[in-house]
Design a protein around this ligand. Sequence first.
Ligand code: NIG
Ligand code: FE
Length: 412
Amino acid sequence: MGNIIIRNAAQVVTCSGFSGKRGGEMSDLQVIDNGTVIVTGGIISHILQQGEPIPVDEQDYTVIHAEGKALLPGFVDPHTHFIFGGYREEEFSWRMRGDSYMEIMQRGGGIVHTTRATREATEEELLASGRERLDTMMQLGITTVEGKSGYGLDRETELKQLRVMRQLNETHAMDVVPTFMGAHATPAGWEGREDAFIDFNIREMFPLVAQEKLAESVDIFCEKGVFTIEQSRRYLMAAREHGFQLKMHADEIVTLGGAELAAALRCLSADHLLQASDAGIRAMAEAGVVATLLPLTAFTLREPYARGRAMIDAGCIVAMATDLNPGSSFTASVPLLFALACIYMQLTPEEAVTAFTINSAAAINRAGSIGSIDVGKQGDLLLLKFPSYKFLPYHVGMNIVETVIKRGKVVI
Ligand code: NIG
Ligand code: FE
């Protein structure tokens, strides 16, 4: 728990707020020019305007002089699958040749391929690769990451993935927020028995995961050829009975009504949404479901981008995430994420910053404690090499994060 003073940042981009921001609210970043931020005992204690005297004893603090640099809240990545065994580099070539993501999945590649490799991996191997990925993400300014299970699809391996995330949360500076995704695909041996596999998750897995407090949310891949709307509804309603927050991979490839279901169930978030209908978008705005957009996935799969502009104009709470996984988005590139969000989803730089800070915190139910520079929040901050947040999408593909501070301590 560190004590730190960041003095005279060219911009303090506060993103101030304690809940997700919808529609027009996403444009207001509440920037303080030439401001100073003080973190005491790991918690933000003071936000000072230019010229205000420092009200603490500087001898007890690390002091960073931030002239010419923009200070932002640490980034929050609310959708990843960063614990996995093996890789799928062949599938990239197949897709470039014209095979689709779903075709590859249906012939036993895709998620099922990674499931085989993840079952074979030892806990130590998953810890080591997971730790390395967290190191990379932190260099890119991410200070909290959500991670999903779903490459086990059996009791032992699902629990293994969740326990690895728990251990990483305890031993790495990154905060790791775990999600149980037992219904990510139908594993070998269950083909054609999707309803029974959903029952297995409801009867055996939910109680175990809840009892060991191994996850906060439950997620499902609701998609044509994977799990239906009805299966998703049954699975998510049962998850709620166990106290989990609800998340969905919704309307990614086909317009199935996933956004509408997420709204009807008051899910915490619905993610992907490339093919969400107008009615689904309106329903999510009304229900306050966070729409989490994953432009790196649309880019990788050469699919049309989600209609981010329309969602914000409809009053949605829009967040964005990397979706880091070995298939559809093998990248944690925050710089590319910002560029794609602005260039192809028509978000403004201000909206993109909101989408990856306070709104992505809202997507994992953490808007009260992270995602903005407000007194009382965790001291998770980053400094850019440049004087404005506007460089984030503009300096395409370049990491411009210079310093990362976690709970008041410099970690990068
Ligand atoms: O969010 N769409 C489903 N799940 C993941 C991909 C997982 C994988 O391909 O390994 C996603 O894109
Ligand atoms: Fe995903």
